[in-house]
Design a protein around this ligand. Structure first.
Ligand code: ADP
Ligand code: C5P
Ligand code: MG
Length: 205
């Protein structure tokens, strides 16, 4: 409402974003819990645009950007890239899209991601879709994913599980305390998981 903070937010937001009423659903869950797989189905049925933070970071490495080497090293080590980098990629993707409904997959991954996104964009998620999956199942899926990813090896997978437990679960807890989490049993076959996802979107979105 014309405060200095609002103006700063609008500037950081970019004019097209702040003028649009944006709906964001955060899609969270451990590595290999099926976020990307389910997002593809949600896009088909509910008209959202899917933005995977990990995919955007991998594209940034490929584009030869000056941050590429830093991002590549962090991904190889299972670490969370500084929010500044990831948020810029997410903002750019939202601004370039003509859609106003986004699934943001794999973000926020830690408290820094969460608070920075909120203060920079002013956007709060409609709800958080949380794929809850046993670690042994996630490990099996990652080891057979076969997409040539440098982080789908057992050493990096263990590091990613540790980061997930220590840094990402607290973010899910934060949203849970605000009543925003829709938890899905993600250890089942893809079609069964999607039935549960459909029920959430038919009700909440
Ligand atoms: P995430 O994006 O959460 O890391 P993905 O969607 O990439 O997970 O899924 C990881 C791997 O597991 C992929 O090879 C995918 O085909 C497979 N997968 C996804 N969902 C299921 C499921 N419900 N049951 C068995 N395999 C699955
Ligand atoms: O979600 P995905 O499995 O594609 O993420 C792969 C890696 O990308 C993560 O392990 C992390 O190194 C990086 N990443 C990140 N910040 C995010 C999302 C992903 O640093 N918000
Ligand atoms: Mg993914």
């Amino acid at each position: 409402m014309g405060t200095v903070v609002d103006t700063a937010k609008k500037e950081a937001n970019g004019s097209s974003l702040s003028e649009k009423k944006i709906t964001v659903v955060f899609v969270l869950g451990g590595p290999g819990s099926g976020k990307g797989t389910q997002c593809e189905h949600i896009v088909q049925h509910f008209g959202y645009t899917h933005l995977s933070a990990g995919d955007l970071l991998r594209a940034e490495i490929k584009s030869g950007s000056e941050n590429g080497a830093m991002i590549q090293n962090m991904i190889k080590d299972g670490k969370i890239v500084p929010s500044e980098v990831t948020i810029k990629l997410l903002q750019r993707a939202m601004q370039e899209s003509s859609n106003d409904k986004f699934l943001i997959d794999g973000f926020p991954r830690n408290e820094e991601n969460r608070s920075a996104f909120e203060s920079v964009t002013g956007i709060e998620p409609e709800f958080v879709l949380f794929f809850d999956c046993p670690e042994e199942e996630m490990e099996r899926r990652l080891l057979s994913r076969n997409q040539g990813r440098e982080d789908d090896n057992i050493d990096t997978i263990r590091k990613r599980f540790k980061v997930y437990m220590e840094s990402s679960l607290p973010v899910i807890e934060y949203y849970n305390s605000k009543g925003k989490v829709r938890k899905i049993d993600a250890g089942k076959p893809v079609e069964e998981v999607f039935e549960a996802v459909k029920a959430v979107f038919s009700k909440d979105a």
